[in-house]
Ligand binder design. Structure first.
Ligand code: CP
Length: 305
């Protein structure tokens, strides 16, 4: 697929619309097959896939692993810095190139923004997938979120997506801006001023959440990334009062609007207890779809479909 530079995925900008359509169509077939209880074809049999994760992850890492294994690939996981030679002072780059020199078929990387991921992808002789890069980009999360919305509504064209919370620190939101807009959605962000300073042109900003909610098709909560708020003062009480989704605030949401969150959720902060019982709460669908979208992506990058 020519839309993936070096058959790698650094960010969503490198994807063509046709590439995204092909990816979603394949993800949908895998989803239908698995949901029908059928075993998918082992299209990645014999492939060795390295997951190199230097930042914490549950859903991204395990959904890539689950997807790879469902399609017959084997996974090697490097995710414990204390048990790798990173703990002896080996650099991130030396670790990446060590893994590369073992000649796997694909490397999937989650790393902080200090890692030279672009350079690795540029020089790599095998496909590399960005599985979350600092606060910069998280293309596969944006893809699975777009797939989830499309799967329910049929299309993202003119859908109004409301992204709420810690936008500045969210690699997911930065990828959403690019991908969802490309697919025809209209995006509005809402959050405290200190969390919404990095909003690109073409994205609307609304400070009143109750007002913004009345005009949306998707409410996308974002995790407050406390670990990235090093020198910023933050009032949790004020955040909860103005931006937390609870049962009272849910009354502003149109009946058909989806409630989504890339996870993990800080319960009691972004969402209050009870939100998960709403008929349109789609967070678990997002997680499941992560397996199908990532399976399709790996097949395409490895030329296996
Ligand atoms: N949404 C997401 O990237 O979750 P993990 O950090 O658990 O992978």
């Amino acid at each position: 697929m020519t839309s993936f530079k070096n058959r790698s995925l650094l960010n969503v900008e490198s994807l063509s619309t046709e590439g995204i359509e092909r990816l979603f169509s394949r993800a949908k077939s895998i989803k239908n097959q698995i949901n029908a209880g059928q075993l998918p074809q082992p299209t990645l049999a014999g492939k060795q896939i390295v997951l190199f994760f230097t930042e914490a992850s549950t859903r991204t890492k395990l959904s890539f692993q689950m997807a790879a294994q469902r399609l017959g690939a084997q996974c090697l996981i490097v995710d414990d810095q204390q048990r790798s030679s990173l703990s002896k002072g080996e650099s991130l780059s030396d670790t990446f190139w060590t893994l590369h020199s073992l000649r796997p078929d694909l490397i999937i990387v989650r790393c902080g923004g200090e890692a030279p991921l672009e350079d690795w992808i540029e020089k790599s002789r095998i496909p590399v997938i960005n599985a979350g890069f600092g606060s910069i980009a998280h293309p596969t999360q944006a893809l699975l979120d777009a797939f989830t919305i499309e799967d329910i509504f049929g299309s993202l064209q003119d859908r109004r997506i409301l992204i709420v919370g810690d936008v500045d620190h969210s690699r997911v939101a930065h990828s959403h801006f690019r991908l969802l807009k490309r697919l025809g959605a209209k995006i509005t962000v809402c959050g405290p001023k200190m969390m919404t300073t990095l909003i690109p042109q073409g994205i609307d900003v609304e400070s009143d959440l109750d007002k913004a909610m009345k005009n949306c098709d998707v409410f996308m909560g974002l995790r407050v990334q406390f670990e990235r708020h090093r020198n910023q003062s933050f009032s949790k009480e004020s955040y909860i009062k103005n931006y937390s989704l609870d049962e009272k605030r849910l009354q502003n949401l149109p009946k058909e609007a989806l409630i989504m969150h890339p996870g993990p959720v800080n319960w009691g902060v972004e969402f209050q207890e009870g939100v998960e019982n709403h008929a349109q709460f789609k967070m678990w669908d997002q997680k499941q779809n992560g397996v199908f979208v990532r399976a399709a992506l790996m097949e395409i990058l490895l030329g296996s479909h």
